[in-house]
Design a protein around this ligand. Structure first.
Ligand code: GLY
Ligand code: MN
Length: 463
């Protein structure tokens, strides 16, 4: 947990931004795997963590803006709980650690909210992503569960995004703590990538590394020799010499700040000529995009910089052709990179995505494109100091998409489909780092993880 002043300050700023009413933050509950008492590892709601800091189930936070009062609702443990879970600190003592002086048993929340509603006071809440939270809101505020997100507070969404987007020093330290663990996950995977080993042996080992630090993974590990499937969670393949293995994985720190790194590794320890050529294009695009990252610049332009670099590189290999600026404008490059350059990162690996991507990555001055590829860019608006974003370009050869476009005769002026045919079984390459936007430019977070062809080959297990 951070020092209490940080949480007090966050709630104070939130009150200033909203002006009046009540702000309701429901913490998460235990989530059952296969029967009620057999739960997944508990993950607290990130907004609750941000404003109220307490990392356990069964809590709610309420901020009364008009009375300048912060309250945490929750229950102290019963004797039965003590028998099964051991003694737990009292809620009032835990609340004091995050600067909250008033606590009540959970059942009092309904009464407090009822009183507020009877007086016609506004209760703000943010969109929910767990059905049980929607049911809680239905019970507390009388809004049908399926309408809960529709009636969530735009003002609270905006205020939360404003605050959570700009990371303070202590949050950057947390992200770098996650990245220290992530470093070990990635370098271990490189050392393990020998032919004959199964993906799941590596995926399991690196997930175990995160757990061994008392941390967790920030998202399910993507580790695959089929890197052309962007979010491939199948880990049952046996590695074969000459394959490329994409490892997109990251830990979250004990305080739940995320790390998110991708490296692409040649199984057996050496890139082929063909792999090296594509790898160098992706790396060049990533380095150019990082270099271009600075406050005041739109992330959409950073994305364009990256995809132009990719398209130019593919032209040099004869895969794309024609006027590259025009090709990118038309969206032809998206055959090879059908996703956005990256996303904001913080307490969530896709930070605040539960509020709606457009609220986080777009604004009045930056509207989402409808074009295939660019439309998937999660964060397009102007960069500001304190933002943390991933930069993760890739090149993929997706046979089904290639066939579809060829059949439709799409972008025949910009794509040499005959040449593309030579790469049909290539797979995919992605390279990702986490970048802090600073006052003057940017900083790549975490210890450098092998990334150049030479660095990756040097550490990767030789057959
Ligand atoms: N690391 C997975 C993603 O960024 O979507
Ligand atoms: Mn990512």
């Amino acid at each position: 947990m951070f020092e209490s002043e940080i949480y007090v300050e966050r709630r104070k700023k939130l009150k200033e931004k909203i002006g009046s009413g009540l702000l309701l933050f429901l913490g998460n509950e235990e989530s059952p795997m296969n029967y009620p008492d057999n739960a997944y590892r508990f993950r607290q709601d990130s907004h609750f963590l941000y404003f109220f800091g307490l990392d356990s189930p069964g809590l709610a936070g309420l901020i009364d803006v008009d009375e300048d009062k912060d309250i945490i609702f929750g229950n102290d443990v019963s004797m039965e709980d003590i028998i099964w879970m051991g003694c737990q600190p009292l809620l009032k003592d835990r609340a004091a650690e995050v600067g909250v002086k008033v606590t009540f048993p959970f059942k009092k929340l309904g009464e407090v909210l009822n009183n507020a509603l009877e007086k016609g006071r506004k209760v703000h809440y943010i969109p929910v992503y767990r059905q049980e939270t929607a049911f809680k809101i239905e019970n507390l505020l009388g809004i049908r569960s399926e309408k809960v997100n529709k009636y969530s507070s735009k003002a609270l969404i905006k205020a939360a995004v404003d605050l959570r987007s700009k990371k303070i020093k202590q949050e950057i330290e947390q992200i770098e703590e996650a990245l220290d663990i992530t470093y070990e996950m990635h370098t271990t995977a490189m050392r393990m990538a020998v032919p004959g080993r199964y993906e799941q042996e590596i995926a399991g080992t690196i997930e175990g590394i995160a757990l061994s630090y008392g941390a967790d993974i920030a998202f399910p590990v993507i580790l695959t020799v089929n890197g052309q499937i962007l979010h491939n969670h199948y880990h049952g393949n046996k590695l074969q010499k000459g394959q490329l293995m994409v490892n997109d994985s990251g830990a979250e720190s004990v305080m739940h700040y995320a790390g998110d790194i991708t490296r692409t590794i040649p199984v057996g320890g050496r890139f082929s000529q063909k792999q090296r050529e594509i790898y160098e294009i992706v790396l060049n695009a990533q380095l150019k995009a990082i270099e271009f990252t600075s406050p005041g610049r739109k992330n959409k332009d950073v994305h364009i910089k990256a995809v132009q670099t990719i398209a130019s590189g593919l032209k040099e290999l004869g895969i794309m052709k024609g006027d590259i600026k025009e090709a990118v404008k038309a969206g032809a490059h998206a055959l090879f990179m059908p996703h956005g350059l990256g996303h904001m990162m913080g307490l969530d690996v896709h930070d605040m995505e539960g509020l709606g991507e457009n609220h986080v990555g777009y604004d009045e001055k930056t509207k989402r494109s409808g074009q295939f590829g660019l439309a998937y860019l999660r964060f397009a608006k102007k960069l500001e100091p304190g933002f943390v974003l991933t930069i993760e370009p890739g090149i993929y050869f997706i046979p089904a998409l290639i066939d579809k476009w060829f059949k439709e005769k799409k972008f025949m002026d910009y794509i040499d489909y005959k040449k593309v045919g030579q790469y049909r079984d290539f797979g995919g390459i992605r390279i990702e780092d986490d970048i802090l936007v600073t006052d003057k430019g940017h900083r790549v977070l975490g210890k450098p993880i092998p990334k150049t062809v030479e660095e990756v080959e040097a550490i990767t297990a030789k057959e």
